[in-house]
Write a protein that binds this ligand. Structure first.
Ligand code: 7XF
Length: 398
């Protein structure tokens, strides 16, 4: 089968076959890993022609590598993007995008709730270089219309947002941003291309931390950028090549290609398990509030249903006993792991205020809706009954 852009095929079929070059001389079912930093030219003129962009072919792995190309073609197909770039981490993806498009004097609008190091990049990185960063509560798209101007270069948000599961209306925000000529960049890490496709709703650029569900096995760091071919030219040859240098290892690209073959199966299991965990938590008298898009009690249930195919594998909740009860709950877990990161086979539980979101000042967390007692669960792939039993026994000990 020729491999790319088989849009009429199902998601798993594309996750398995898209991007694979079937012309391997030995008929290898899986592609070899091109574990090389550089590529030999046949002549001096050929090297010059490749640098000048007059001839195709690889030069040096920071500019491209066949193992990365296979993964990038597959991800572009799954997300419905013209172009994809894979990089060394989710932070490498985010920073490669921003350094490609912003200059001193520009403004960016970012949501209030963001992964802690993304927040720190804006605060300690971009602001230092003369870029104005405005935090806007993007649950209300009109808030963007109030502050956007011709200085605004990028509107940036996560949906669902890490850690409190706020949902942002991608289409509504894109419509407003485009009237001012700003680009919309969406961090879709929590969803993967299986649950949500922001480009089809008007976004210009999508980023993922592939460390999470895309890799899926907790054994690597990686990031992904998806956009038009024109934007990607700049992101690859300026953002990645000259600014961040956050190059993905071919070994890790191979592992992600391997992990993607089971993405649909894994995501459905993560979603099934998360639904069961959310139901258990919501019915429990020691739990004050559950933030999960699949619960009818969730503030943005209707928007989530419209925008996401399923509700995902992430849940946040507050204990009635607040901060101290939350930490007791973590320490009482037996099978589930106390760990940051998400999207792994193991159920991972963490405390955002002291861990992933400790980069916010306490008053910023209070202002931006990241409460001190919030507990975050990444539903793993274990048997649901075992996860529920562990959560139940831990709650009983609080
Ligand atoms: O550089 P990374 O691959 O770790 O990705 C950064 C990143 C970007 N966007 C979102 C929505 C993320 O959640 C992350 C990483 N978050 C982990 C977490 O929240 O557990 C990092 C552990 S400190």
């Amino acid at each position: 089968m020729s491999s790319t852009n088989q849009k009429n095929l199902g998601f798993s079929t594309r996750a398995i076959h898209a991007g694979h070059d079937t012309r391997d001389p030995h008929g290898s079912l899986t592609s070899p890993i091109y574990m090389t930093s550089t590529f030999e030219f046949q002549t001096a003129e050929q090297g010059g022609a490749r640098f000048a962009g007059e001839e195709g072919g690889y030069i040096y792995t920071r500019l491209g590598n066949p193992t990365l190309t296979e993964l990038e073609s597959k991800l572009a197909d799954l997300e419905g993007a013209e172009a994809c770039l894979t990089v060394a981490s989710g932070m490498g993806a985010i920073t490669s995008v921003f350094w490609s498009f912003v200059a001193p004097g520009d403004e960016i609008l970012v949501d209030e709730t963001l992964y802690g190091c993304t927040f720190a990049f804006f605060r300690h990185g971009l602001e230092k270089f003369g870029i104005t960063v405005r935090h806007v509560d993007m649950r209300t798209p009109e808030n963007i219309a109030k502050v956007i101007s011709d200085k605004t270069k990028i509107v940036y948000f996560e949906t669902p947002a890490n850690p409190n599961m706020r949902i942002v209306d991608i289409q509504a925000i894109s419509d407003i941003a485009h009237t001012a000529g700003a680009k919309v960049v969406v961090d879709s890490t929590y969803c993967t291309p299986y649950l949500q496709n922001p480009l089809s709703m008007g976004a210009d650029i999508v980023v993922h931390s592939a460390t999470k569900y895309l890799g899926g096995h907790g054994d690597l760091m990686a990031g992904v950028i998806l956009s038009s071919a024109e934007d990607m030219e700049l992101i690859r040859y300026v953002g990645l090549k000259d600014m961040t240098g956050a190059v993905l290892s071919p070994m890790n690209a191979f592992l992600i290609t391997r992990g993607l073959k089971t993405l649909e199966l894994r995501m459905d299991r993560h979603c099934d398990n998360a639904e069961k965990i959310a139901d258990l938590l919501e019915a429990h008298d020691k739990v004050a509030k559950v933030f999960f898009p699949g619960l009818p009690s969730f503030d943005q249930y209707e928007l989530a249903k419209r925008q996401m195919r399923r509700s995902g594998g992430m849940i946040a909740f507050e204990m009635t006993g607040g901060h101290d009860a939350g930490l007791k709950f973590l320490n009482a877990l037996d099978m589930c792991k106390i760990a940051v990161s998400l999207g792994d086979a193991e159920t991972l539980v963490e405390h955002p205020a002291s861990m992933t979101h400790s980069t916010y000042e306490p008053e910023e967390r209070a202002r931006f809706g990241i409460t001190e007692g919030l507990v975050r669960i990444s539903a793993g792939l274990e048997n649901a009954d075992d996860i529920l039993a562990d959560i139940e026994q831990a709650l009983a000990q609080v």
